[in-house]
Write a protein that binds this ligand. Structure first.
Ligand SMILES: NC(=O)c1ccc[n+]([C@@H]2O[C@H](COP(=O)([O-])OP(=O)(O)OC[C@H]3O[C@@H](n4cnc5c(N)ncnc54)[C@H](O)[C@@H]3O)[C@@H](O)[C@H]2O)c1
Length: 426
């Protein structure tokens, strides 16, 4: 059946979802950001998740007018769920979107939240706002569901339609309607969660688990550095056993994996439990920029490379490879720390916007062709272009007599390392 759907919040998650729904249904794409909406109308997606052709051929009606939602029978919320400077959940966008929806939706609407939250947010925080602003009764006049998004930005293979979608509803009938709606676009199928809270919890633990898996690898990397053992060699050897789970150390940034665990820890503390393991993992991951910077300086001293006037080239500043997103990039910790040691730092990233990086982090991005010869190169974010360029690219950037190459995610072939380079991997 052809439904009328409004997607509220057209970011990394909302826009690809709107495009997919628009193949089968009538879709309104609503956002409060005028500039974003007018660019989308012109077929331009600055996040580069959706192409010009996909936008031009889709029948999405982009809008900043909340009244456009009033004819829809499904409203899907994909607004940001950030944290405050104190690492507490910031539900302001979610609450404000709920107020807007409550003031315009019609009787019978199902509101489905997709933003990542802690268990209870949909029913305890958003639902009361929908009721009070609409003066309608939940369960009689309108209904709620939750379906956590699983988008992997920059991933052109695992697109929204190819990833199993968890769905939930406030009762069996709503669950079924939500499931049928998503089944119309998700080739991989849907998973019916037993309640909204279960679906909320499932999403937040996906990211918490990933954060913790990486934090263990990061802690191992710190230990192995002291023991002068190569972490990647150790992990490869251990992975020869069938039940060893192979994860990689690295900088954990972005607005999901580094943020979502704080939603869960907040709720845990609210119910009287201090989640020691999760918080310890967060601390380990947040300290990796500092650890890498101090390791670089130690390696320089050991190898007789003077700190004064030395230049470090950082390749990549986005929160992960092959995306333009710089939110919560932890490469910035490394840059800041290296500058505090008095090193000259030049940062290169073909994906990130120069303007955004300057505004957000006060860091100037330079073009690779203008880079000064440097004593150190840090392959911080292995965009495909850097990995393909490999040692040839790096050799053109470094001091030919002696240099140190830091391959944070072990993407360079260590067997091809030139003799004048000292290689260290996290
Ligand atoms: N991007 C990801 O990979 C990813 C992964 C897992 C979970 N998530 C979760 O999905 C949610 C959305 O993330 P995103 O990356 O798409 O965010 P985003 O910042 O890319 O986009 C959010 C959009 O919502 C709009 N918006 C903000 N407040 C609004 C309001 N009140 N009404 C209407 N529009 C509003 C913003 O203008 C923006 O365009 C978050 O909860 C996030 O944690 C995202």
């Amino acid at each position: 059946m052809r439904e009328k759907i409004c997607i509220v919040g057209l970011g990394y998650v909302g826009l690809p979802l709107a495009v997919e729904f628009a193949k089968k249904h009538d879709v309104i794409g609503f956002d409060i950001n005028n500039q974003r909406v007018s660019l989308l109308k012109d077929g331009i997606d600055q996040t580069q998740e959706v192409t010009y052709e996909e936008l031009k051929f889709s029948n999405i009606k982009f809008s900043t007018d909340p009244n456009d939602m009033s004819e829809c029978n499904f409203i899907i919320v994909t607004v940001p769920t950030p944290i405050t400077v104190d690492n507490l959940p910031d539900l302001a966008p979610l609450k404000s979107a709920s107020m807007t929806i409550g003031s315009v939706f019609k009787k019978g609407t199902i509101v489905i939240y997709e933003s990542t939250v802690y268990p209870g947010v949909t029913e305890e925080e958003c639902l009361p706002i929908l009721e009070s602003t609409s003066q309608m009764r939940n369960g009689i006049d309108f209904f709620v569901g939750y379906s956590p998004e699983r988008i992997n930005p920059g991933d052109k293979k695992n697109k929204v339609s190819e990833i199993v979608k968890v769905v939930s509803g406030q009762n069996k009938e709503v669950l079924e309607k939500v499931a049928v709606l998503y089944e119309s676009i998700i080739n991989a199928g849907v998973y019916r969660a037993s309640s909204i809270k279960v679906a909320e919890a499932a999403k937040v633990i996906e990211n918490t688990q990933r954060d913790l898996n990486i934090s263990l690898m990061n802690e191992l990397a710190v230990i192995f550095e002291r023991l002068d053992i190569d972490t990647t060699d150790v992990l490869n050897a251990a992975a020869s056993k069938w039940n060893f789970l192979k994860f990689q150390p690295g900088l954990v940034g972005g607005h999901c994996i580094a943020v979502d665990p704080y939603y869960l820890t907040y709720k845990a503390e609210k119910v009287g439990y201090i989640p020691e393991v999760i918080l310890a993992g967060r601390r380990v991951n947040d300290n990796m920029g500092r650890f890498i910077a101090s390791t670089i300086v130690k390696k320089m001293i050991k190898n007789g490379i003077p700190i004064n006037d030395a230049t470090v080239s950082i390749l990549g500043i986005t929160f992960k490879e092959n995306v333009t997103d710089i939110r919560n990039s932890r490469v910035v910790d490394l840059i800041k720390e290296l500058k505090e040691y008095g090193l000259n730092v030049q940062v290169i990233d073909e994906f990130a916007s120069k303007e955004e990086v300057a505004k957000e982090f006060d860091v100037e991005l330079i073009d690779i062709k203008n880079a000064k010869t440097s004593e150190i190169v840090v392959l911080a974010v292995p965009h495909d272009i850097y990995v393909k360029g490999g040692w040839n690219l790096i050799s053109r950037m470094v001091n030919p007599v002696k240099n140190i190459v830091i391959d944070i995610k072990s993407t360079l072939n260590s067997l091809e390392k030139p003799d004048n380079s000292i290689l260290w991997r996290l």
